[in-house]
Design a protein around this ligand. Structure first.
Ligand SMILES: Cc1ncc(COP(=O)(O)O)c(C=O)c1O
Length: 396
């Protein structure tokens, strides 16, 4: 048994999440713990709701951070909205759509799947055809930003189709929130969940969720009791509801909520438009470097997420050995492929605080070095200059 404190190494986090947490957020995390029913804390919770409404671009009253990672946010949406026998159309274009199916089935619902190739956006026509054949569907669920492949779907088109067929929508915005536009009210999303560890650059373990009035009506008029006590929003709202009259539900993760508050203040200071622009510019620079190296992206350009770059591993290169060298020699973490893409792609995240020019250059220089040293067939010594040309146009 160790008697030493754990001292994590300093890393540069450029995988699929968590992303680097800014020192300002880490400082917020270390502030004194107070009671989760302390009036000062309750005041902070009200601010947190308003800040989340800004991040999610919504006026939904039922907007809160669930105490648990993105998976708990996902499950909160499904257990509250899906009753036994309900038909839910789930779009699958990667790992996380598959998890939605699991959720539907565990709620006793009937999942009808719309499957599109991994690495592509969800096909709107495909969804429409499926809904024509399933007019009794209650909900359409899809992942806005598929972290397993780096594909971004056209959320507005999918929601418009779902609404035409009278369906509610559940949208996974775990990787999109803070990195690319997520317009909850304008797009007409009914239930949305995200995570704190990606483009919000907060510590992992919280999941912002938000529900439209229509979704709240559906929850209030359920015929069956929600099978999860912890995620039953009727009970959670006893704590997260308005004003000072709040009842104990579970002990809120007080310090993590300080951190989220700080992360959202930082997002507000930067402004959503600016944050989206920053993610796009850094992606453009990384892309220039990756292409100069002779490597290819998995996702076609018009369906690509700026914050999650899936890159094909060149023939004959040992995926794990490269990632290990990057970690050992550069303290740099990039992600492996998931599911069917394991061993075939690297996932380079440019999320939140990690999305900056220095990280783009370090990542390209490190990849160039390691791949050249391993005698991979790439164009050496070209990537950094290509990225610099994009980052510092006219300044060099
Ligand atoms: C699109 C998507 N949905 C859901 C999740 C689950 O989030 P968590 O790992 O925080 O539970 C992730 C995590 O990477 C994700 O990328």
């Amino acid at each position: 048994m160790s008697n030493q404190s754990f001292q994590p190494p300093q890393r540069i986090l450029m995988g699929p999440g968590p992303s680097d947490v800014s020192p300002r957020i880490l400082e917020a995390l270390s502030r004194p713990t107070i009671g989760h029913l302390d009036p000062e804390f309750i005041g902070m919770m009200d601010q947190l709701r308003t800040l989340l409404q800004y991040a999610l671009q919504t006026r939904n009253r039922l907007t809160l951070p669930v105490s648990g990672p993105g998976s708990v946010g996902m499950e909160t949406c499904f257990v509250n909205l899906v009753e036994p026998g309900d038909k839910v159309v789930v779009c699958i274009n990667g790992v996380f759509g598959g998890r939605m199916v699991e959720n539907v089935q565990r709620c006793g619902g009937v999942a009808v799947t719309v499957e599109d190739p991994w690495g592509r956006a969800v096909d709107a026509d495909h969804l429409e055809e499926t809904l024509k054949d399933n007019k009794d569907a209650k909900i359409v669920a899809f992942v806005h930003a598929e972290t397993s492949t780096g594909a971004q779907s056209d959320a507005l088109s999918l929601i418009q189709i779902a609404r035409r067929f009278g369906c509610l929508t559940i949208v996974d915005a775990v990787t999109s929130l803070g990195g690319t536009p997520v317009m909850t009210d304008e797009w007409g999303i009914d239930a949305i969940y995200s995570g704190t560890q990606k483009c919000l650059s907060c510590v992992p373990g919280l999941s912002p969720v938000s529900f439209s009035e229509q979704a709240v009506d559906v929850i209030n008029t359920r015929k069956t009791r929600i099978q999860s006590w912890f995620m039953d929003l009727n009970l959670v709202m006893g704590y997260w509801g308005s004003g000072q009259r709040r009842a104990y539900h579970h002990t809120a993760p007080v310090n993590s909520l300080y951190a989220l508050h700080e992360a959202l203040i930082m997002l507000q200071e930067e402004g959503l438009d600016q944050a989206w622009q920053r993610h796009q510019s850094n992606h453009n620079a990384l892309r220039a470097g990756i292409e100069a190296m002779g490597l290819d992206f998995v996702v076609p350009e018009n369906e690509r997420l700026p914050q999650l770059n899936a890159i094909k591993i060149p023939e004959g290169v040992d995926d794990a050995a490269v990632r290990q060298r990057l970690l050992q020699d550069y303290g740099l973490e990039i992600g492996a492929g998931l599911g069917t893409m394991a061993g075939k792609v690297w996932r380079i995240g440019l999320m939140g605080h990690s999305s900056n020019a220095r990280n783009v250059l370090v990542c390209l220089a490190a990849l160039d070095d390691v791949l050249t040293d391993m005698k991979a067939s790439i164009v050496s010594n070209a990537a950094v200059a290509a990225a610099r040309a994009v980052l510092f146009q006219g300044q060099d």
